[in-house]
Design a protein around this ligand. Structure first.
Ligand code: 13P
Ligand code: SF4
Length: 314
């Protein structure tokens, strides 16, 4: 039970200390969660932090595939999540049986999977990438190999353009980035003609074509930090704007509405999976340690290899 004499925040911080827990949070978490986290980052930064920690417990505030990565890279730790239902549309789109068939077409291929996939898909892959290291890793693959890329077709198409490398793409997409409206983006650009458009590469090509800068969440944040204060039109999940305002408090950030919303929409760039987590669930899981990420030993071992490859090549 939450003690109403103390704030939830202070109770979480005390529990975290007494249990030697590390709270990791992705930029798409709500502001209150970001503010109690020990570390906030993109998928790659979070994976590295999880791999390196000496804490007894890793409480992962993000989505399930991220917490699985933490468990795979640091298996002796207890990895907890606020809500085990926090999934990802990219992960859902790519089921192991169909993916295994998809990869069978050519035995001499290299299977590169975006980190937004299940541990089972990782186990079927040669190398894992994130949006911040994918370009570099794909460029390092020998030219005589056929590359299969899954599960995000938008990121895949963007990487084909960036690397000049033809890849066979799985047809998955992110429900958040897929639904930004081109019409609304154009309207916003007309309203704020000086604004820079910053976009995550999970967006479709017609939106990326209008972007001034494209990158992972950490790269978008760094880009904002490096600019003099100005207007930014943000084509990614709106949670990251909390950190953008911290690094550039005099800038203005505009979120692009979804296809079916009008221009005043403020919640349409919200990931429903990321937003399943809340402070009460964090408190409860720290008290009860009940929502733990576990997986069969064999799966842990198989999924570790392509993740280790990624860390080596990053
Ligand atoms: P990054 O934080 O690695 O850019 O990934 C974004 C994302 O879609 C997380 O679900
Ligand atoms: Fe998955 Fe998209 Fe949500 Fe990221 S924002 S967790 S890719 S559904």
């Amino acid at each position: 039970m939450v003690n109403s004499n103390f704030s939830l925040e202070s109770q979480i911080i005390n529990l975290k200390k007494s249990k030697n827990a590390l709270i990791l949070a992705h930029y798409y978490q709500t502001e209150d969660i970001q503010d109690i986290a020990d570390f906030i980052g993109d998928s790659l930064d979070l994976a590295k932090k999880a791999a390196a920690t000496n804490a007894d417990i890793i409480l992962f505030c993000g989505v399930k595939f991220m917490a699985e990565v933490a468990k795979i890279l640091n298996p002796s730790k207890k990895v907890l999540v606020p809500d085990l239902q926090a999934g990802c549309s990219l992960e859902e789109s790519c089921q192991p049986q169909e993916f295994a068939k998809f990869c069978q077409s050519n035995a001499d291929n290299i299977v590169i999977s975006y980190i937004n996939c299940s541990a089972e898909i990782k186990a079927l892959s040669d190398i894992i990438v994130t949006s911040s290291n994918a370009e570099k890793i794909i460029k390092s693959v020998p030219l005589d190999k056929e590359v299969i890329f899954a599960p995000d077709r938008n990121l895949g198409n963007y990487l084909i353009k960036q690397t000049g490398r033809n890849m066979k793409l799985w047809n998955g997409s992110c429900i958040v980035h897929e639904q930004f409206s081109l019409k609304s983006l154009i309207k916003l650009k007309e309203r704020y003609p000086e604004a820079l458009v910053i976009a995550h590469p999970e967006c479709p090509e017609n939106l990326l074509d209008l972007a001034d800068f494209i990158g992972s969440t950490s790269k978008l944040l760094n880009f904002v930090k490096e600019q003099t204060p100005k207007d930014f039109i943000v084509l990614t999940e709106s949670g990251i704007i909390h950190q953008m305002k911290k690094v550039s408090s005099d800038s203005n950030f505009y979120v692009v509405p979804a296809i079916k919303e009008d221009i005043s929409c403020v919640h349409c760039s919200s990931c429903p999976h990321m937003k399943l987590n809340n402070m009460e669930k964090i408190y409860n899981v720290l008290v009860n340690e009940h929502q733990e990420i576990t997986m069969p030993e064999q799966l842990l071992i198989k999924a570790e290899q392509p993740l280790k490859q990624m860390l080596q090549l990053s």
